[in-house]
Design a protein around this ligand. Structure first.
Ligand SMILES: Cc1cc2nc3c(=O)[nH]c(=O)nc-3n(C[C@H](O)[C@H](O)[C@H](O)COP(=O)(O)O)c2cc1C
Length: 146
């Protein structure tokens, strides 16, 4: 059994909801999961987990949400060698840079030594049936690494 830590930023609830979908699936697969809002934790807290997941929306013009910037910057200094990471997020296809924060975090995780456990999942606004399937598959792929 692995410990998964999911850290999220969510202003209107869409990203929190997709974090919960992944959390529920991982728990169903027998793993322990902690879900925390990004301002309540430090990037170094991922060191205590086997699976590190970030869920984030995108704001401004393809920008990270203000409240997750410190977490994002600190992540590059954390050694997550031997751990599995994944990134999910909600955005809006109306914008030029759809879910850009998801890509930013995927790059940032690349600096930590962690291994990508599944392709990132990007959701247009609130998760619909197909998104839920993608998110559950994301969780299954990550869980299969243990
Ligand atoms: C002012 C503003 C700027 C936004 N900019 C982007 C953007 O650049 N790219 C994107 O994909 N979504 C953008 N969005 C859409 C949000 O990411 C989207 O509504 C998301 O579902 C919000 O997640 P949340 O419900 O977890 O807060 C923007 C939304 C607002 C209100």
């Amino acid at each position: 059994m692995a410990l998964a830590k999911i850290v999220y930023a969510s202003m209107t609830g869409n990203t929190e909801e997709i974090a919960d979908i992944v959390s529920n699936k991982l728990e169903e697969l027998g793993h322990d999961v902690e879900v925390d809002e990004c301002t309540t934790v430090d990037a170094a807290d991922f060191e205590d987990a086997d699976i590190a997941i970030v869920a984030t929306y995108t704001y401004g013009d393809g920008d990270l949400p203000d409240e997750i910037v410190d977490f994002y910057e600190d992540l590059q200094d954390v050694d997550l060698s031997g751990k599995i990471f994944g990134v999910i997020g909600s955005g809006d296809t109306f914008y030029d840079y759809f879910c850009k924060s998801v890509d930013e975090f995927e790059e940032q995780f690349g600096l930590t030594g962690a291994t990508k456990g599944a392709d990132s999942v990007k959701v247009d606004l609130a998760a619909e049936d197909e998104d839920i399937e993608n998110l559950e598959r994301f969780a299954e792929e990550i869980a299969a690494k243990f």
